[in-house]
Design a binder for this molecule. Structure first.
Ligand SMILES: C[S@@+](CC[C@H](N)C(=O)[O-])C[C@H]1O[C@@H](n2cnc3c(N)ncnc32)[C@H](O)[C@@H]1O
Length: 275
């Protein structure tokens, strides 16, 4: 699967929806951005900033912490962590257009001294050994084909005792060929496995204290409500973000909702410590 396939999935089309969403709040191109103005636009995972705040608590982040964010998107989680805890984040994002939006948003949010954006493949970018206190990955590792290699790299980059906090999709019951195709088409989900297989990859990479939590009972209704709200608010969202952006995300939300309802798709949180 190529980077082109990744950028073609609905969530990553119409990235200008962020700028349009800011403009709807009276924040034009280049203007300073109060962090709160972005919270509804730059958190591309479940439960927005609440999920990131929970990660910060688990990881015990503070001003001296150095964090890696794998698949950082337009930088929402990285900025929220830096803004609320004062930590330093290295935010790694493969897609150049998302990376460039992230750099711009971070500068305009006044967080450039604490969030460093790196454009590259998390499987290949240089990560200094034993340099980081924590690593996070929110709905990103699902896209990365060689998960064992990624986890070994993260383990090597963390200081001994460093924390890992992942939220991701999982295979709850065996995917049918149609499910697999839908995962590829709508999510670019190339590494969706059972929760047990995910936890085993962490242990094989050297992590200890691995705790896996099935989030499906929470995420399934979240996805259904997200889709219903998106459809109900169509006119207002399309006016703010554009009709194309509304339609692309509706396609994505509907596909995810179908997969949950079919019983095969699930969600998982994994926490662990580098041994
Ligand atoms: C669903 S988005 C989530 C973004 C962010 N973690 C958040 O929660 O807002 C997943 C991101 O992972 C990025 N990604 C996928 N494969 C990657 C790779 N090999 N290296 C770095 N980033 C990658 C995608 O381009 C996408 O921006």
């Amino acid at each position: 699967m190529s980077e082109a396939a990744l950028s073609a999935v609905p969530l990553y089309r119409h990235v200008d929806r962020v700028a349009r969403g800011l403009a709807a709040q009276g924040i034009g191109p280049g203007a300073a951005i109060p962090p709160e103005a972005l919270f509804g636009l730059d958190q591309w995972h479940y439960h927005g900033i609440d999920a990131i705040a929970a990660a910060a608590r688990f990881l015990g982040l503070g001003r001296d912490s150095r964090v890696i964010d794998i698949g950082s998107g337009v930088g929402g989680p990285a900025r929220f962590l830096a803004h609320t805890t004062g930590c330093h984040v290295t935010a790694i994002e493969l897609q150049r257009d998302l990376h460039e939006v992230a750099v711009d948003l971070t500068r305009r949010s006044g967080l450039a001294a604490r969030v460093e954006h790196v454009c590259g493949d998390a499987l290949a970018v240089e990560l200094p050994p034993r340099a980081f206190d924590a690593a996070i990955g929110f709905l990103a590792i699902v896209h990365i084909p060689n998960r064992p290699r990624l986890l070994r790299r993260l383990h090597a980059a963390l200081k001994p005792g460093g924390g890992l906090y992942i939220e991701d999709l999982a295979e709850r019951a065996p995917f049918s060929p149609a499910d697999r195709q839908a995962l590829l088409t709508y999510v670019h989900g190339v590494s969706v496995t059972t929760i047990d297989a995910y936890a085993a990859d962490l242990r094989a990479a050297g992590f200890g204290d691995v705790v896996a939590t099935d989030l499906t009972p929470d995420w399934m209704p979240f996805a259904a409500e997200r889709l219903a709200a998106w459809r109900a608010d169509r006119a207002a969202i399309a006016a703010r973000q554009g009709e194309g952006a509304w339609a692309a995300q509706e396609e994505f939300y509907a596909a995810i909702d179908r997969l949950y309802r079919g019983g095969s798709l699930g969600g998982v949180r994994l926490t662990a410590r580098a041994a």
